[in-house]
Design a protein around this ligand. Structure first.
Ligand code: SF4
Ligand code: SF4
Length: 133
């Protein structure tokens, strides 16, 4: 299985080799989707692939060393009453979370693909998209 998390670091745990630990201690395949880090801390969005037990254990480990973990699950939302199917989000999304249905020409959203970059929020002319991370 895989799950996506936002990891929040502080200046104490910033230097921890998180991805190394996720691989060696928990036999996970972590993919860093986005990272914003400076000397004071920062955040990283990662996809963890492995067994459910290993992912749960790794989250426990991260919390023990002071890394805040936020499960990203349906973190992107589109208000269908506001969406006008203009397609701006399709062209700007780097993760191809938005796509055009070739039969209906509707715009589809696959939240599993979203890496929470926020680009579609500014691209959307009707402010139909909300991102909660
Ligand atoms: S937040 Fe970024 S990755 Fe997610 S749907 Fe919008 S543009 Fe795509
Ligand atoms: S940019 Fe906004 S209005 Fe246009 S298709 Fe995407 S969500 Fe809908």
């Amino acid at each position: 299985m895989d799950r996506k998390y936002k990891l929040v670091f502080n200046d104490h745990n910033l230097q921890e080799s998180i991805t190394y630990a996720l691989v060696t201690k928990f036999d996970l395949e972590p993919s860093v989707l986005r990272a914003e880090i400076d000397d004071n801390g920062g955040m990283m969005i990662v996809r963890l692939r492995g067994s459910e037990e290993s992912i749960d254990n790794s989250v426990g480990y991260l919390n023990e060393i002071g890394v805040e973990t936020v499960l990203l699950n349906k973190h992107i939302y589109r208000d269908m009453d506001k969406c006008i199917d203009c397609g701006s989000c399709v062209s700007i999304c780097p993760a191809r979370a938005f796509s055009i249905d070739k039969e209906t020409w509707d715009i589809d959203l696959n939240f599993e693909r979203c890496i929470a970059c926020g680009s579609c929020l500014t691209a959307c002319p009707t402010h139909a998209v909300t991102l909660t991370i």
